[in-house]
Design a protein around this ligand. Structure first.
Ligand SMILES: *[C@@H]1O[C@H](CO)[C@@H](O)[C@H](O)[C@H]1NC(C)=O
Ligand SMILES: *[C@@H]1O[C@H](CO)[C@@H](O)[C@H](O)[C@H]1NC(C)=O
Ligand SMILES: *[C@@H]1O[C@H](CO)[C@@H](O)[C@H](O)[C@H]1NC(C)=O
Length: 791
């Protein structure tokens, strides 16, 4: 934001006063100290620690600096003693010229908190320069008829020392004709006049040679001398005359060399040589002679060097016009130098911080001073920095400015600022100086690591090789350096069943997750745990994410046959009535597979049979049925070899051996059902028996109905008892296997069957219940035609 010289918002002013409260109460001036010029480097000036009321160590701790107004290091602070020493031989004449007293202004800057003290150092003059005359020989032409008592102005001597060490007196070598009179001019400068004591006579003595000596007021006094050649001239009646005694003129400081300043001219009413006027500077300093040039014939004054308003604002030129007869006249030309805005403002950095901690409150970044050597509007400055930066400029004493942060910064949004300080003066044309400060914002651990996802799901095929890389988690941290160096870890689980450390390991550096041992889908299908990411900041920050591992099934389990049991010592034998119709359900093979999905889809296949073509196996449900009527020729004993195969890749299988015994005299319950009987009696072989069979059928039907009714009642009760009371014997019905495989649930009717058959109930008792089966079979086959993948 732009801060204009004196007018800045009220709240800023309050803050400023608060900031520099110490300074304001302590008083702005310090000292004055004094030191004699030309003393050796390292001379004692003052004990700053004592004067500031601080311990010596505090000076270094507060980074105390001494800054001079002219930005030269005249003084030095000794941090061991707290003494302020001179850093060089100070030459009063070089520093102040003729200005007396000679005062050097400087500031004492301190940090923590930032403070400025003003101080001044007076440089005491010593008499180290002698008076000297610019012309070592002066020629004075005096007409012989000059009246006694006439005074001739002589050029004065110059002495760089000021005040009492400046020139105090003039003397002339002893003679009887002239003496020296001393006068003050209106500026307090003394000058000598040669006064004629006796009438001159050109015929008697045409020339005098005298010595003029100037003394300064030092102790002891120093002196300088020049000779005066006095030429006695023949008569010349009229002296030259300037029409005006004072010429005033102006010249801009950027005027070129040769620029005409003014033209003076004097008239002399004499004739010939006595009227020839020549012009020259009189009593002119080195500076005037170096800057201006006068044409001795025309009286035109031109510039010989460039003017500088900042060095000399007004020149006073004394011009003397001398005619050929030695008579002279003097006038004064005042040249006022006009200021031009030719100096750009200067920006002098006194203290600079290039790095600021991101969460620091208001912090001083730089202290600098602005200087514009021009005057008036040309020397007024406005100081500002770019807008939209979190920094502000605050004016302080003596054209000092303080650049501060406005509050905490955020390295993550911006880590580097280039602050351009611009200083513009109000002259025409405006001159601007810019200075760019680069400020680095250093990091603080204020950002936690952030996971790329809040939760991760990883899939692992079971039976994996140990130390398998199963996935990678990753987190980022927007801080920098060690504040962004992330370490990954497994967090303890809340599940006591899960031995996480033996299952999973994590690479702390890159977040790679490894399965430590082979996983078993049948034992553990899914598990989850939390991972943490911690940075190395102080204090460290961390965050968590959830990782879920899903174990994928592999076909690593062969089908297991539940019925008929394959390890029984007495192998199970199925009974088949010889009169069984084609499609008679001999038995049903029940198998499960501990895998899941496709790997647990089972299919059944008849591999080998004693009588091929007599039995068929339903591929999907394992039902073994007859495929034709049995004949007398069929063997009474049959051995079937079945293959149970799952649908995995590669498939796994198990084989089952079935023993079937064909029995005769078991016909009663298996008399053909009415509709079945009607169908079978369509054959026209035993026509004579038709009536007998019809009668028998009617009575049988009645008997069958009675039996059916009793059977249904009995069956319901038996089923209820079987389901409630029949605890499934271990090994005959391994319930947990069915639970594991989602597809392997046994339908209630088969559970019933397995339970009855696996139990110790006598086969014959059981067979008594057979007549109810057609219902169940019909029901079962309906289901089987709909849902294909059972077991
Ligand atoms: C200047 O010197 C002369 C001769 O020594 C002396 O008489 C006179 O008093 C001095 N003038 C001043 C102002 O000291
Ligand atoms: C700051 O200035 C430097 C040097 O000119 C430059 O390399 C850097 O990119 C600048 N930074 C910004 C934030 O502008
Ligand atoms: C048959 O195998 C099952 C399951 O492996 C087992 O539980 C049962 O005890 C075995 N029976 C015999 C008689 O070996």
């Amino acid at each position: 934001m732009a801060v204009r010289g004196s007018c800045f918002p009220r709240q800023r002013q309050v803050l400023f006063l608060f900031l520099f409260g110490g300074l304001c109460l302590a008083g702005s001036e310090f000292g004055p100290y004094s030191v004699t010029e030309e003393t050796e480097r390292g001379s004692f000036v003052a004990n700053l620690a004592k004067d500031l009321g601080l311990e010596v160590e505090a000076l270094a701790a507060k980074r105390t600096r001494v800054v001079s107004d002219d930005n030269k290091q005249h003084l030095l602070l000794d941090f061991h003693t707290g003494n302020l020493l001179t850093n060089e031989k100070l030459d009063r004449e070089k520093l102040c010229g003729s200005t007396e007293p000679c005062i050097l202004y400087f500031q004492i800057l301190m940090d923590n908190p930032f403070q400025i003290y003003r101080a001044e150092l007076r440089i005491v003059d010593i008499n180290d320069h002698s008076p000297s005359f610019q012309k070592k020989e002066m020629i004075l032409k005096i007409p012989e008829n000059t009246a006694v008592g006439t005074a001739f102005r002589l050029e004065r001597a110059l002495d760089s020392d000021g005040g009492p060490n400046g020139i105090q007196n003039y003397t002339i070598s002893p003679n009887s004709v002239f003496h020296i009179a001393i006068h003050d001019n209106d500026e307090g400068v003394i000058y000598p006049e040669l006064v004629l004591d006796k009438p001159l006579n050109w015929e008697e003595q045409q020339e005098f040679s005298l010595t003029l000596t100037a003394f300064d007021g030092g102790s002891p006094p120093r002196s300088g001398a020049a000779t005066i050649q006095i030429l006695v001239m023949d008569i010349n009646d009229n002296a030259p005359r300037f029409p005006q005694e004072l010429y005033q003129t102006q010249a801009a400081e950027n005027s070129p060399i040769g620029f005409p300043i003014v033209k003076v001219s004097a008239e002399d009413v004499d004739s010939d040589v006595n009227a020839e006027v020549s012009y020259s500077f009189f009593d002119a300093s080195e500076d005037i002679r170096a800057t201006f040039q006068i044409n001795p014939f025309s009286g035109e004054i031109v510039l010989k060097a460039l003017l500088d308003y900042e060095t000399v604002k007004t020149y006073k030129l004394n011009i003397q016009a001398v005619d050929g007869g030695g008579l002279s006249a003097r006038c004064t030309v005042l040249v006022h130098v006009l200021d031009i805005n030719d100096n750009a403002p200067e920006l002098i950095i006194s203290s600079l911080v290039n790095e600021v901690v991101e969460n620091a409150p208001e912090t001083v970044l730089a202290v600098f001073r602005i200087n514009d050597r021009d005057s008036g509007e040309n020397g007024k400055t406005v100081c500002y920095i770019q807008e939209n930066l979190p920094f502000s400029l605050r004016p302080s004493v003596d054209n000092f400015y303080i650049l501060m942060t406005e509050g905490a910064l955020d390295r993550e949004s911006r880590a580097e600022y280039n602050i351009t300080i611009s200083v513009t003066d109000l002259g025409t044309p405006r001159l601007t100086t810019q200075h760019t400060i680069t400020v680095q914002v250093s990091d603080v651990n204020d950002n936690s690591p952030a996971f790329t996802q809040t939760s991760y799901t990883l899939f692992v095929q079971e039976n994996n090789s140990p130390a398998l890389h199963i996935g990678t988690i990753s987190a980022t941290d927007s801080d920098s350096g060690s504040n962004a160096h992330i370490t990954y870890s497994l967090l303890p689980t809340h599940d006591p069943q899960l031995a996480l450390s033996s299952l999973i390991s994590i690479n702390a550096d890159n977040g790679q997750l490894f399965a430590l041992r082979a996983l078993d889908y049948e034992a553990l299908q899914t598990f989850e745990f939390r991972v943490g990411a911690t940075d190395q900041g102080s204090p460290a920050l961390s965050s968590q994410a959830l990782v879920r591992v899903l174990v994928l099934d592999a076909n690593d389990n062969a089908p297991f046959v539940l019925y008929p049991l394959q390890n029984a010592s007495a192998p199970c034998t199925e009974l088949l009535p010889r009169a069984a119709e084609p499609g008679y359900l001999v038995t049903k093979v029940v198998a499960v597979d501990r895998d899941s999905g496709q790997n647990a889809w089972l299919s059944f296949q008849l591999l080998k049979a004693t009588e091929p073509g007599l039995f068929t196996v339903w591929a999907h449900n394992g039902e073994v049925r007859t495929s034709r009527l049995l004949s007398e020729r069929d063997a009474p004993k049959h051995r079937l070899l079945l293959l149970v195969k799952d649908n995995g890749d590669p498939p796994r299988s198990a084989s089952v051996t079935l023993h079937v015994l064909v029995v005769d005299g078991f016909s009663q319950p298996y008399l053909p059902l009415p509709e079945v009987a009607r169908d079978s009696v369509q054959d026209e072989d035993k026509l004579t028996l038709y009536l007998v069979i019809a009668l028998a059928s009617v009575s049988s039907l009645f008997l069958l109905s009675v039996l059916l009714f009793v059977g249904v009642r009995l069956c319901r009760r038996a089923r209820a008892t079987a389901l409630r009371g029949c605890s499934v014997p271990e090994g005959h019905f391994p319930g947990h296997l069915v639970d594991v495989s989602s597809m392997g649930t046994l339908s209630q009717s088969y559970q019933y069957e397995v339970c009855l058959r696996g139990g110790s109930i006598d086969t014959n008792d059981f067979k008594f219940l057979k007549p109810i089966y057609p219902d169940i079979h019909a029901h079962g086959s309906q289901i089987n035609s709909d849902e294909k993948p059972t077991f």
